[in-house]
Ligand binder design. Structure first.
Ligand SMILES: [Zn+2]
Length: 484
């Protein structure tokens, strides 16, 4: 195989990275890459463990003079997101990536590159094999299936890890150090539904709320955009007492972590009340456009009349509970961090709303970097739901990583960064989950920072790794290890 990256520096980092790219390693397809890491350890007489999930740990003793320093963990994930262009014939199960070097970047032809997070693995292995690098006792920890819910880290037995510092090399912006992340869970509220036949003189109407911007419930929740489900609640409350109607269908979003950008219900409306429905909807639409001016300018409430004049609708009790829940369930930013400016500490998003068979389901994504706040918000929803006779449950719980006021690792990284770059790095946090949350939760006193070289457009076919950035971050990492 012709080597594409062998003229790049740091040489070994890119050589190893190229070997990793030759091994298919999408999430859930990590046998081979995991085995590669094990073989690497064997070749270099390093102790290693591999668990049944394919998580790999490789340990290396402290260099001379560092024997009594607390150990360091270097961590990244083995799996990558597999995306390709519609034309591409690439088979992620068996083909290696076709690497290209262009304009100072490494990318892969027609596919994602897996710089996220292959570069962490390449850095760690390059450190493990180099006897001239100074560092305390080191553990390279490679997890699997990070990209599909951090499954590897979640399933990992961490009791054998001794490091007191953890360098998570899974951030994609050079000069930005992440120091906290959110924990989260998905909440599912089920309103039991019975149906009634319609006896009034009615017509079926579709009520649709569209044109909202939506967005990711972690990164975009801070923008204060409208949530279609909450707007629907507001409309239903306004209809109480002035429009006689029954709901027959509800179709809202299907992902709890996407800000709801549209929702549609079908309702049987008493014919003589249809004009009132139109007026109320129009008036609300105007109010909303004023309220959300500059942040969600396209909100539209549309009413369409269908020919249908009979059918079944949910009981008035279920309709009442739905209205109450949509109006009163909390949504959006609950608290901003008082330690980090501009960081959302606790939030929730009502992303799912639909009527299926015998229940209306309302799904929320709850996030907080403070564990107790996350659970308090869950309990608030649970209390609200159960008070109304609904079921409430959660899935997909993952822990948060709270900002550490006192961090020796962060201080050393700050110091080295300023020396090497002549400026201060950005210290920040994200309102989304990272594997760091799981390590922080399991390893207690561990001191963690997440960082990495510039990788642009991750998770897309345009993903590309900045070569010069890889070299700077390599030098930076070596100096940090030396001072630990
Ligand atoms: Zn990643």
């Amino acid at each position: 195989m012709t080597k594409i990256l062998n003229n790049l520096e740091p040489k070994r980092v890119f050589e190893i990275f190229e070997e990793l790219c030759a091994i298919p390693h999408g999430s859930k397809n990590t046998d081979a890459i995991s085995e590669y890491c094990v073989n690497f350890a064997k070749e270099h007489q390093l102790s290693w463990t591999k668990d049944s999930h394919n998580n790999v740990v490789i340990k290396k003793c402290a260099s001379k003079g560092y024997e009594d320093h607390p150990g360091v963990i270097i961590q990244g994930h083995l799996d990558m997101v597999c995306e390709k262009t519609p034309e591409s014939a690439h088979d992620f199960q068996k083909d290696g990536l076709q690497l290209c070097v262009e304009n100072g970047f490494v990318h892969a032809k027609d596919t994602t590159l897996g710089g996220d997070d292959g570069i962490a693995v390449a850095y760690a292995l390059a450190i493990l094999e180099d006897e001239s690098i100074q560092h305390p006792a080191m553990e390279a920890v490679f997890t699997v299936d990070e990209e599909i819910g951090m499954l590897g880290a979640d399933a990992m037995d961490m009791s054998g890890l001794n490091g007191r510092y953890l360098l998570n090399i899974d951030s994609e912006e050079e000069g930005v150090f992440l120091t906290s992340c959110a924990g989260g869970l998905s909440v599912d509220i089920k309103i039991p539904v019975t149906f009634e036949e319609i006896t009034d003189d009615v017509k079926e109407c579709e009520i649709e709320i569209t044109g909202l911007l939506g967005g990711h419930s972690g990164t975009e929740i801070i923008r204060g955009r409208a949530n279609a489900h909450k707007l629907l609640g507001r409309l239903l409350l306004l209809l109480n007492g002035c429009v006689r109607y029954g709901i027959s269908e509800i179709t809202g979003g299907s992902k709890d972590n996407a800000i709801a950008c549209n929702v549609k219900i079908k309702a049987f409306v008493v014919k003589e009340d249809i004009s009132t429905l139109m007026e109320v909807a129009e008036e609300l639409n105007q109010d909303l456009l004023t309220e959300y001016r500059g942040c969600d300018d396209g909100i539209q409430i549309q009413i369409t009349q269908n020919e249908k004049t009979s059918g079944r609708m949910i009981s008035s009790k279920a309709k009442e509970i739905l209205t109450f829940l949509l109006v009163n369930a909390p949504n959006g930013v609950m608290k901003m961090s008082s330690e980090m400016e501009g960081l959302v500490e606790t939030s929730l998003n009502c992303g799912i709303l639909n009527l299926k068979e015998d229940a209306i389901r309302i799904g929320f994504s709850v996030r907080s970097s403070v564990e107790s706040a996350k659970w308090a918000l869950y309990e608030q929803l649970e209390y609200l739901a159960e008070f109304l006779g609904c079921e409430c449950s959660f899935t997909g719980n993952y822990p948060g990583w709270q900002y550490r006021a006192d961090s020796r690792l962060r201080n050393i990284m700050l110091e080295v960064y300023e020396e090497q770059y002549g400026e201060k790095p950005e210290i920040t946090a994200i309102h989304a989950g990272l594997e760091c949350g799981i390590f922080a939760d399991r390893l207690g006193e561990i001191d963690i920072v997440s960082y990495g070289p510039d990788i642009l457009d991750i998770h897309t076919v345009k993903e590309r790794l900045d070569i010069a950035s890889v070299e700077r971050v390599w030098k930076f990492t070596l100096e940090v290890l030396k001072r630990l």
